[in-house]
Design a protein around this ligand. Structure first.
Ligand code: 13P
Length: 347
């Protein structure tokens, strides 16, 4: 019987101080797209090298409490040490993305269903044995003409609940990630309404299975206007809408909430996190769990060249530092330049 204490202690570690999670869990095709964007062919070796930049940056343990891996990366190693072991030795909790992607739904045209429940208990048992203490499952919610439908939201929510149950039975903390995409012409009000509805349906479905919500982490999109809406990204408006949405939909006993960056620029993701932190205290611990907003700039600097690795790592570390500061709401301090999302004197 997996221990409840271990799962609670995993959550405590994840939300320790102002640290956050690196989402280094892009699937092979997505990692390939990232590499191709800098003209590097995608092979197991180049993907390994890309991950190494982040995992071997000196000092990450001061800012990262967790790293989410993908199956391929979870099994890769450096100098005989597996990647999960490498981060675990730095006091960072290894996690694993276990869904097998979002596919077009036949039942709900224009919407997606996330798959991967088949054989999940056996996979989770193996990941646990290899060191994973938390997992992630992403559902994709698109806002458009007459979508999302309640039917598709309920379907994805049921799958998220089933996944969570499997994780908890395996001693693994589930991160549930129903991501409401920012793509589209919708207003911030529409984004708030859809995100609130999505989260309510999701937590109802977890409650229907009687799952202990204090052993579950929510990974959510911030409430932002659609990227084709023409509305500005106003940090205080985004923070107010996000916090109101979460308070209206996420039970207080949930173990914690982390935000994804979802296509925001690295600076926007930091500034908006900071604006949210200014509204603390909240009923749950909160932090960041970014992929693109942490790795995007270092990727561009690296360009696949060894001589650029140190510069890429410096930018990565700086962005981690800024996000931890944002998570402590350090914009209260006069050294914070909200327009640039940067802290003077930290260059
Ligand atoms: P982004 O921060 O790039 O949105 O990625 C986070 C994530 O884990 C998506 O599933």
């Amino acid at each position: 019987m997996p221990s409840r204490e271990e799962k609670l202690s995993t959550i405590q570690k994840i939300f320790s101080g102002s640290k956050g999670i690196l989402a280094a869990d892009e699937s092979v095709p997505t990692a390939g797209k990232r590499l191709e964007s800098i003209g590097v062919p995608s092979t197991p070796e180049t993907r390994q090298k890309y991950r190494e930049i982040f995992l071997t940056t000196p000092g990450i343990e001061s800012y990262l409490s967790g790293v989410i891996f993908f199956d391929e990366t979870f099994r890769q190693s450096l100098n005989g040490k597996s990647f999960p072991k490498l981060v675990e030795e730095k006091g960072i909790v290894p996690g694993i993305k276990v869904d097998k992607g979002a596919v077009d739904s036949l039942e709900f045209p224009g919407e997606k269903i996330t798959v991967g429940l088949d054989g999940l208990p056996a996979r989770l048992a193996e990941y646990y044995a290899l060191g994973a203490r938390f997992a992630k499952w992403r559902a994709v919610i698109t806002i458009g003409n007459n979508i999302p439908t309640d039917g598709c939201l309920i379907k994805n929510a049921g799958i998220l609940a089933e996944y969570s149950k499997n994780c908890l039975d395996a001693g693994i903390v589930p991160i549930i990630e129903p991501e409401v995409l920012l793509d589209g012409e919708h207003s911030i009000e529409k984004s708030e309404a859809i995100t609130t509805k999505t989260l309510r349906i999701t937590f109802n479905s977890l409650k229907n299975l009687n799952l202990p919500l204090n052993e579950v982490i929510l990974k959510t999109s911030m409430v932002v206007p659609g990227n084709k809406s023409g509305e500005p990204m106003d940090p205080s408006k985004i923070a107010e809408a996000t916090v109101r949405c979460l308070k209206n939909s996420v039970p207080a006993e949930v173990g914690g909430i982390v935000f994804l960056s979802g296509g925001q620029t690295p600076v926007q993701a930091t500034v908006n996190l900071n604006a949210i932190s200014k509204l603390k205290p909240l009923p749950w611990p909160t932090s960041f769990s970014y992929a693109r907003a942490l790795q995007g700039d270092p990727l561009k600097i690296w360009q696949g060249k060894d001589e650029n690795i140190l510069a890429a790592q410096a930018v990565f570390l700086k962005r981690l530092k800024l996000n931890c500061a944002a998570n402590r709401a350090q914009a209260e301090q006069s050294s914070y330049d909200g327009n640039r999302g940067e802290y003077r004197g930290e260059e």
